[in-house]
Design a protein around this ligand. Sequence first.
Ligand SMILES: Cc1cc2nc3c(=O)[nH]c(=O)nc-3n(C[C@H](O)[C@H](O)[C@H](O)COP(=O)(O)OP(=O)(O)OC[C@H]3O[C@@H](n4cnc5c(N)ncnc54)[C@H](O)[C@@H]3O)c2cc1C
Length: 442
Amino acid sequence: MTKLWVNWAGDQQCTPARLCAPRDQAELSAELARAAEAGHRVRVAGSGHSFTETCLTDGLLLDLSRMNRVLEADPATGLARVQAGTTLAALNARLDEYGLAFPNLGDIDVQTIAGATATGTHGTGGRLPNISAALHAVELMTADGHIVELTEESDPQAWRAARVGLGALGVVTAFTLKLVPSFVLEGVERPVPVDEVLADLDSYIDGNDHFEFYMFAHSPIAMTKRNNRVDLPAAPRPEPVDWFADILLSNHAFDALCRLARRRPGLIPWIQRGAAYAGSYRRQVDRSYRVFTSPRLFRFTEMEYAIPREHSVAAIREIKEIAQRFDSPMPIEVRWVAGDDAFLSPAGGRATCYIAVHQYQGMAHEPFFRACEAIFDRYDGRPHWGKRHYQTAETLRGRYPDWDRFAAVRRHYDPDGRFANAYLDRVLGPVSATEDAIDQLG
Ligand SMILES: Cc1cc2nc3c(=O)[nH]c(=O)nc-3n(C[C@H](O)[C@H](O)[C@H](O)COP(=O)(O)OP(=O)(O)OC[C@H]3O[C@@H](n4cnc5c(N)ncnc54)[C@H](O)[C@@H]3O)c2cc1C
């Protein structure tokens, strides 16, 4: 039986010594004991939607997709206990039955809740932090099979580390989520000149619950998306309309244009201007999670950086300009979130603008992404942990005020680096290097 594991984008793969999907804590702890005996290091894969090497291992690779239940939910308190391998899609549907919802979500819903929170996955909304801010408790199994329940009260330092933990502390087995009552969103998409958006950016961000836009390097038009809570009944679009908008236009037609661009890069400016011109007004009134997310059927790779919100306009202009010098048919996406206090959250301690650049499958991404990264570096950018970047522990440490605190928690929960891999060695450094930080735990 092949043990090859490949991520969604198809550009990260590994052949672990053992790949298994435990059904419960007992099976999981037996797997960890067996890995210890064999001297294997351990990683967990969620839905494989990270573009980085974060899941890769030649040791034990765990898949928690069979630990995928909502264990309990209480509409009165807004608290729900869920297993870590549950996908956001499954959670959204189940939680809605209890009248509960996430206050904010990203573009897609196929990630697991553990994978999404481990990398600081986010949506958009100047007043709303990233998805991991909806965590109320994290249940973690350490390498020796021991279970700890981390909350703000039980261990404030570990709590701030575990919310965006990069899979570096142990296997997350369950969460308690703090949710909000279900709500309906009105989503309005409208093309607006980029210059017009940037001239009045704060009003767009602060005047909407959720504001984002995407734009093409070679077009002056931004496709804006405003999602706002409304006191209206959900009016799901008829299925054929959904299919036409989300599947045919946004996926198949755009995929065909990208394939053409890959064959004939000289056409990219024309393709982008045409695609932006074809962008039209769209309105949707539906349950929040159906407005936030949509399917992504074609493959690409991505870099995304979190920069301080006050630099939004300057950085957006620079990224748009540099993108004109590289051959990528894909858009630049811009979003905003509120700051939070997780040690390694890219939005930690500051109101944040996220800027993402993409490259279509089979086209060179590295020169383009490196040129963008040089710009993000000047704005004290922090990379999305699940998206491509070229940083190391040395270049990142100064960008996170609580870096050493995270290192100390990591050393406490995984002193032997059993949950490390080459990616974590690169971006966090080896666990042993954190010895001098142990007194940070206080
Ligand atoms: C098409 C597409 C759209 C995307 N849209 C957005 C977006 O809108 N906003 C955004 O911020 N990001 C977005 N992303 C990035 C994505 O949300 C993150 O990369 C996320 O981490 C993927 O979740 P996953 O379940 O696939 O986790 P994986 O990628 O499989 O794993 C991510 C990390 O979590 C760890 N992990 C997973 N489960 C556990 C566990 N039980 N215990 C310990 N560690 C664990 C893994 O080891 C790994 O380090 C998108 C990615 C794609 C491909």
